[in-house]
Design a binder for this molecule. Structure first.
Ligand code: SF4
Ligand code: SF4
Length: 343
């Protein structure tokens, strides 16, 4: 249950006024509907997610004029343009058709081999889960492939912590590109064994949500800043996914205390310039969870061409810190579990 049973609207009113105000020329392009309503903030009933941003063409989304404002006001310095060019080249790399003959192995053997293929390539971590329909945008068909293999690649922390800055922007695009190379590499590897596989890459929203998929695959826990916290990289990473019908064995969701830690930490809440991060869990599409106010975060992101201040400020993101925090939180988790059992 959420810690606070007041409604989202009451919480917004109680929350302090944002010190940052977006420019009127951007705000006049915003639609009447709140992005938080599209995301299902305050909804007690479960439903599939609705696409809201980062989808081409802009005419296909409610916030299309805002997206066009972002693209048209981009003052990309050469370092960012070069990063986008590397990304386009990676996405254009061809992948083979599925080989006509299937190689047969046990699910356990395949899981081991597929993880080795990812880690021998450029992945920094990999996990597996059964794909769930509820992670698919409601305007797209649910993928037929049963398994999701999720890859994490870490950022250079010193570059991330300059956010918002052009080198951070370039670093983010470059890590999306690296994660795309991982996904395409593993997808190619699986197709060569005779099994179906599809690569899913960011940052544009295509058909699936990556964060809940990554959490189910054991890569981390949801943080108050709305991103996942990885047990080693904190929020300092990007994701990609390969969906496949290769028989696999799922990993278990990994609970190491990040979600619990967020209950007594306010670092990202205090660091966010537009005051977009809710301090307590909110109901979102039938689930109580940490949530970031879309209508406050996005204007700041757009006017700065990027953000990620919350990701860099998160204590779990500082190199070497996450593993120590996870050790400390293991003791707290044990205590909480003991108290729950005692009654
Ligand atoms: S990305 Fe920036 S604006 Fe958005 S929640 Fe994080 S710190 Fe706030
Ligand atoms: S900064 Fe603190 S509250 Fe925010 S996500 Fe990180 S640990 Fe959680």
């Amino acid at each position: 249950m959420p810690q606070d049973e007041t409604t989202a609207t009451e919480q917004r009113h109680r929350h302090r006024e944002p010190p940052y105000q977006p420019r009127p020329e951007q705000m006049k392009l915003w639609p009447e509907i709140s992005g938080n309503d599209i995301n299902g903030l305050g909804d007690r009933d479960a439903r599939r997610p609705r696409v809201i941003f980062w989808r081409r063409p802009s005419e296909s989304i409610t916030h299309g004029q805002v997206q066009e404002f972002f693209w048209s006001t981009a003052r990309n310095p050469p370092v960012v343009d070069a990063a986008w060019e590397r990304r386009l080249q990676t996405l254009a790399l061809p992948m083979p058709d599925v080989a006509p003959r299937k190689t047969e192995r046990t699910p356990g053997e395949w899981a081991e081999l597929v993880k080795k293929a990812a880690l021998d390539g450029e992945a920094d971590d990999v996990g597996i889960c059964a794909y769930k329909e509820e992670w698919t945008y409601d305007d797209r068909p649910v993928p037929k492939l049963k398994w999701a293999i999720v890859f994490a690649v870490s950022h250079d922390y010193d570059t991330l912590k300059k956010a918002p800055h052009e080198t951070t922007y370039a670093e983010v695009i470059d890590q999306y590109t690296r994660s795309a190379r991982v996904s395409k590499h593993v997808t190619t590897w699986i197709r060569n064994q005779g099994w179906e596989a599809e690569a899913k890459t960011g940052p544009l929203a295509e058909d699936i949500l990556m964060i809940p998929t990554a959490i189910a695959a054991g890569l981390g826990e949801l943080g108050k800043h709305g991103s996942m916290i990885h047990r080693k990289f904190g929020a300092n990473f990007r994701l990609s996914v390969t969906l496949t019908d290769l028989p696999l064995v799922p990993d278990q969701p990994g609970v190491f205390g990040a979600n619990l830690f967020c209950e007594s930490c306010q670092v990202c809440v205090n660091e966010c310039p537009p005051d977009a991060i809710f301090p307590t869990r909110q109901w979102v599409r039938g689930e109580p969870k940490w949530y970031v106010d879309f209508d406050r975060c996005l204007p700041y992101f757009i006017e700065n061409q990027t953000c990620g201040i919350c990701l860099a400020a998160c204590p779990w993101s500082r190199p070497g810190v996450a593993q120590n925090l996870a050790r400390k939180m293991a003791r707290r988790l044990k205590k909480v579990a003991g108290e729950t059992e005692a009654g």
